[in-house]
Design a binder for this molecule. Structure first.
Ligand code: NAI
Ligand code: 15L
Length: 271
């Protein structure tokens, strides 16, 4: 049976989540174009490798050619210097969207972040309609990305799914992640749903497992059919043994964005 798509572009393919997706995306496409600024290990026969910087508009235009869908995981993935946030996430994301628009790509699925709404207090459960409350320049860059996604849908009918990923790791490693964790299995499943859903417009979805503790409500993304199966709760004992309970006023427990809210400006000199 032929596959649903001829070619999918995966950016950030050398990163943590890129590696997770290199294993699962080939189910959907004949050819997986994998890209990063860093070397990509062991490319397989169904992969085409493109090494380039997202800040390079010419490279982004070429990379998005003859592509059906883009899964964009490339970029600065935590707070960093303004220069790196600007180049990788602001200029880089614009370059990817322009490449997609000029090359007629139908849909872009990308890793936004909980740090776009990091300053909501933990006592407030929010859905996709919550106003931005970024906690870092990194979080601001994700809000910029979500604005681009909405704009390219409204104006150019280029579809997007902005996934506000919580904490996507093998296991939750601190108490905050009992609420924010997303397993690799659930992440792959969500990406699958984003790729096969018939119509997404611009959808914002929270990337989280079916944890007992919840900060986010995905009702507004129900049309994706995302059904998470994992739950951070099974790691509670292990996680609680790793560190003592902090004060409830610690940033880790005060805000959705946890420790990012307590970081000083990244470019300030360290005293
Ligand atoms: P990562 O840092 O492991 O991977 C990012 C990749 O992007 C790296 O391989 C890096 O070389 C590449 N990259 C960075 N700047 C680039 C540039 N200018 N040009 C080309 N490539 C560039 O991050 P991870 O964990 O795989 O996350 C993927 C995406 O998901 C990121 O956008 C991140 O912000 C987002 N995300 C991830 C979360 C997680 O828990 N893993 C949580 C929230 C958001
Ligand atoms: C993110 O946005 C980061 O990409 C990831 O490394 C984690 O720090 C995650 O947020 C989190 O909030 O746990």
């Amino acid at each position: 049976m032929s596959k649903r798509y001829h070619r999918i572009l995966l950016t950030g393919a050398a990163g943590n989540l890129g590696q997770v997706l290199r294993a699962s995306l080939p189910v959907h496409c004949e050819c997986l174009r994998v890209s990063d600024k860093d070397d990509i290990s062991n490319p397989s026969a169904h992969e085409e490798t493109v090494i380039c910087d997202l800040a390079d508009p010419v490279a982004c235009l070429a990379m998005t050619k003859n592509v059906d869908m883009v899964v964009h995981m490339g970029g600065q993935s935590i707070e960093g210097t303004w220069e790196s946030v600007l180049n990788s996430n602001i200029i880089g994301f614009y370059n990817i969207y322009e490449g997609c628009r000029k090359n007629g790509v139908r849909r872009l699925i990308w890793g936004s972040s909980n740090h776009a709404i990091g300053y909501y207090p933990r006592t407030e459960i929010i859905d996709a309609s919550a106003a931005p409350r970024p906690d870092t320049n990194y979080g601001v860059s994700k809000i910029y990305g979500e604005a681009l996604a909405q704009y390219y849908w409204d104006k150019y009918h280029l579809e997007s799914v902005s996934i506000r990923i919580g904490s996507c790791f093998e296991e939750p490693s601190d108490r905050r992640m009992l609420a924010t964790w997303m397993s690799f299995r659930d992440f792959r499943h969500l990406i699958d749903r984003c790729l096969i859903s018939p119509r997404v417009g611009h959808t914002i979805v929270y990337g989280m497992s079916d944890n007992d503790e919840k900060l986010w409500d995905n009702t507004m993304a129900a049309h994706l059919g995302y059904r998470p199966r994992d739950n951070a709760e099974i790691y509670r004992e292990k996680v609680e043994a790793l560190s003592a309970q902090k004060s409830i006023d610690d940033a880790m427990f005060k805000f959705h964005g946890g420790g990012f809210t307590a970081q000083p400006h990244f470019d300030d000199p360290v005293s």
